[in-house]
Design a protein around this ligand. Structure first.
Ligand code: ADP
Ligand code: MG
Length: 328
């Protein structure tokens, strides 16, 4: 057990690199767009003063949408060398559903999200996103597939403002071609303006307007977590993957974050996969829960069903096949 945690720690560097690479790529695109199209003013106070009330959640999740399966993971298995991160995982999430994935550290939760978002290549099984089915999800097509995510360890541009970070969530969404952007053609300009308005709108919804101009790195951790959520939401994802969005937060911050997640579900009708350790939050926020332990799905169902499941209780109390403590 101790060895697994040691390996996990060293591997977090690998993951951090991955995340940094993903970030750098979108930063590059974002910077090129800003430079070529002159579309991103460094000062944008005028854009962020839209009233938050105008933006507050509209119930847009229709019955048809609620019936649709947004994500279907079937028999998914991922191993690193000989080490199995998770095995034969099934997970179905409907549009408009908040689906919590819980389990002890090292259970495979982040790896599962990384596989669903194409960072990791599973050995077997499939991931269906909307109507498209993959054995390996193409990471570069995530935006087109309507998927957005946050990372367990934040992957924000610390030196850029909140506004710029949120705007970067739309980096993959431009319709106007590069030439149109370079030439500042009307379509490209209109699109750029619409994107700034969308970023401002999300910033207002998440009560970030007061810090919109601040470099992200100067903000408290809990606020940075909210910025990352805003960056994911600005793309209006059909599927939103949140890896411990409330880690390290106070109870008040968690309650706020829960409200923002609920409002996002209500206004966008998104399917949300939520990795979360706080069982109280999971019980209050999620519609369904999947429990992983040692890379296996040990339970799934409603929060109440899962909470009463003896295997889950055992896993959480550390009674489930824990290896014997090593001699010092
Ligand atoms: N990039 C990687 N390379 C090797 N092993 C990994 C990598 N990512 C995760 N793992 C391993 O997969 C297992 C599950 O890790 P993880 O998905 O981070 O768990 P959780 O998010 O539930 O804490 C751990 O044993 C971890 O060491
Ligand atoms: Mg994790």
């Amino acid at each position: 057990m101790r060895q697994i945690f040691a390996a996990d720690e060293s591997l977090s560097w690998v993951r951090a690199d991955f995340e940094a690479m993903a970030s750098s790529a979108s930063l590059l695109i974002f910077r090129v767009q800003s430079l070529l199209g002159q579309v991103v003013p460094l000062r944008h106070r005028s854009v962020v003063r839209r009233p938050s009330s105008a933006a507050s959640g509209v119930l847009a999740c229709g019955v048809e949408a609620a019936e649709a399966t947004a994500l279907a993971v079937e028999g998914l298995t991922l191993a690193f060398g000989g080490a199995v991160a998770f095995e034969a995982i099934d997970l179905t999430v409907q549009a408009g559903e908040i689906h919590a994935v819980i389990g002890p550290n090292g259970a495979g939760k982040s790896s599962l999200i990384n596989a669903i978002s194409g960072l990791y290549a599973p050995q077997s099984g499939s991931v269906r996103i909307g109507a498209a089915r993959f054995s390996r999800v193409p990471a570069h097509r995530l935006a087109a597939l309507g998927v957005a995510r946050t990372f367990q360890n934040l992957a924000l541009f610390k030196g850029l403002s909140v506004f710029e970070n949120v705007l970067s969530g739309l980096a993959g969404a431009q319709r106007a071609g590069l030439a149109a952007q370079m030439l500042g053609l009307p379509q490209a300009r209109r699109e750029a303006r619409a994107q700034r308005e969308r970023a401002a709108d999300v910033i207002a919804r998440l009560d970030l307007a007061g810090v919109a101009d601040r470099p992200v790195g100067t903000l408290p951790f809990g606020v940075q977590k909210r910025v990352e959520l805003a960056r994911a939401l600005v793309a209006r994802p059909r599927l939103l993957l949140l890896d411990e969005p409330m880690a390290g937060m106070t109870a008040t911050e968690k309650a706020e974050m829960s409200r923002f997640i609920r409002e996002a579900r209500e206004s966008l009708g998104s399917a949300i996969v939520l990795i979360e350790h706080d069982i109280g939050v999971v019980m209050r926020l999620s519609d369904r829960v999947t429990v992983l332990d040692h890379g296996r799905r040990i339970a799934h169902g409603t929060p109440a069903q899962v909470q009463a499941n003896p295997a889950v209780i055992a896993a959480y109390l550390g009674l489930a096949d824990e290896p014997e403590a090593e001699a010092a």
